[in-house]
Design a protein around this ligand. Structure first.
Ligand code: MN
Length: 231
């Protein structure tokens, strides 16, 4: 096969480490679920019984790998933390039945859907898209992928974010409105899911601002804690 003649070198494939392996998980796309915990929907001024969860995206190269700081982004004075379960897919497709959805899951990680809340509020007010609030550079700090073969499929357990030793978010995965199989099935009716897709599964109540110098520790029962400092 002749070598492809790119006019400049293509960007490297973003990838997450895998716990207990030297192999990497190559990232294809990042999908995020909005308002998947009722108490967070309510704290944002919405009625979870009237408005179902929904999806938005981040860019695959916006992950911050474990061991690196989260750089406070430009253009915002109100950057919020959202601790989330991250679902890592090994296969995909379209119109995936709920009963087969977990077969697509390679593993899980704990991640942070960092949000420029002031820009998001402005976008909501004007009915504009959310990219500048959600899909900025390095907006997705993420821990290593734990294989489902090792940890199973977590359906309940504590999901918590601590900042400088103070608990800010403290929920349970069993509070998710869309469970993991449901979000995969639903998403696969709208997009073709592929190996390497990540799904940030939504955040519990307690979101709030971070400041430079803060240390965020993200915890989900059964997964290694991850720590990111705000630089
Ligand atoms: Mn979120």
């Amino acid at each position: 096969m002749p070598e492809t003649n790119y006019i400049f070198p293509p960007s490297p494939v973003p990838a997450l480490p895998i716990r207990g392996s030297t192999a990497l998980f190559p990232i294809h796309r990042i999908y995020c679920v909005g308002r998947n915990f009722a108490d967070h929907a309510i704290e944002m001024g919405h009625d979870p019984d009237k408005e179902p969860p929904f999806f938005f995206q981040k860019n695959p190269d916006s992950v911050v790998l474990p061991g690196n700081p989260f750089p406070y982004p430009a253009a915002s004075r109100d950057v919020h933390h959202e601790v989330e379960l991250v679902v890592a897919l090994q296969s995909g497709g379209t119109d995936i039945p709920v009963e087969q959805a977990l077969d697509c899951v390679y593993g899980y990680a704990v991640g942070l859907d960092m949000t420029r809340r002031d820009l998001q509020a402005e976008a909501k007010k004007h009915g504009r898209p959310w990219e500048i609030a959600k899909a900025f550079e390095q907006s997705a700090p993420c821990g290593p992928v734990h294989t489902a073969a090792e940890i199973g499929h977590p359906g309940e357990g504590t999901i918590r974010l601590t900042i400088n030793g103070t608990i800010r978010q403290d929920g349970n995965l069993n509070q998710m409105i869309w469970k993991v199989p449901e979000m995969i099935a639903y998403l696969s009716r709208l997009f073709t899911l592929k190996p390497g897709d990540l799904i940030f599964a939504g955040t519990p109540a307690g979101v709030g601002a971070v400041a430079k110098g803060d240390t965020m520790i993200a915890h989900i029962d059964g997964l290694d804690e991850v720590r990111f400092t705000v630089a």
